[in-house]
Design a binder for this molecule. Sequence first.
Ligand code: IMP
Ligand code: MG
Length: 172
Amino acid sequence: MDVNIETLIDQETLQKRIREMAEELDREYEGKELRVIGILKGSVYFMCELTRYMKTPVTLDFLSVSSYGNGMESTGVIHFNKDLDEPIEGRDVILVEDIMDTGRTLSFLINVLKERKPASLKVITLLDKPSRRLVKIEPAITGFTIPDRFVVGYGLDYAQNYRNLPYIGVIE
Ligand code: IMP
Ligand code: MG
């Protein structure tokens, strides 16, 4: 693909912030075990790095939904592609997302997961674009608040490309 990508958040800055987020979670869940749920595929790089920095015992699970087509615009329709492997009843759970945009995906998932009666449920997102919010929802922990630009890298894609860039970039 012939596009220009400008760095928005470099690798060092990302790693420093992710380490801080891990420490924050360690303090918050001290003495507990945590079920960490990644939303495929965008959250995987962030989730791996976050949990590697954490000292709290964790178990991992994944789910997959699609809310976007292959472009930059949301369809507004959310499909469940893959459900969790394990029940979450009575568990302390964090839901890990790459980016919160309109908020539709996370509010849908929070409603679905709350019905399964976790002991607690928190949302942690690497990036947040609050200016685009259509649903009233706030992540418990946010890595970086960013302007209304379409970003790729560190798990985020444009038409499934660029997920493995080691930084967050903006498509020109
Ligand atoms: P929401 O339901 O509108 O909050 O959309 C969240 C999902 O949209 C994220 O999990 C991403 O998959 C996708 N998304 C939103 N903004 C971007 C972006 O700037 N780059 C890549 N994907 C994005
Ligand atoms: Mg996503």
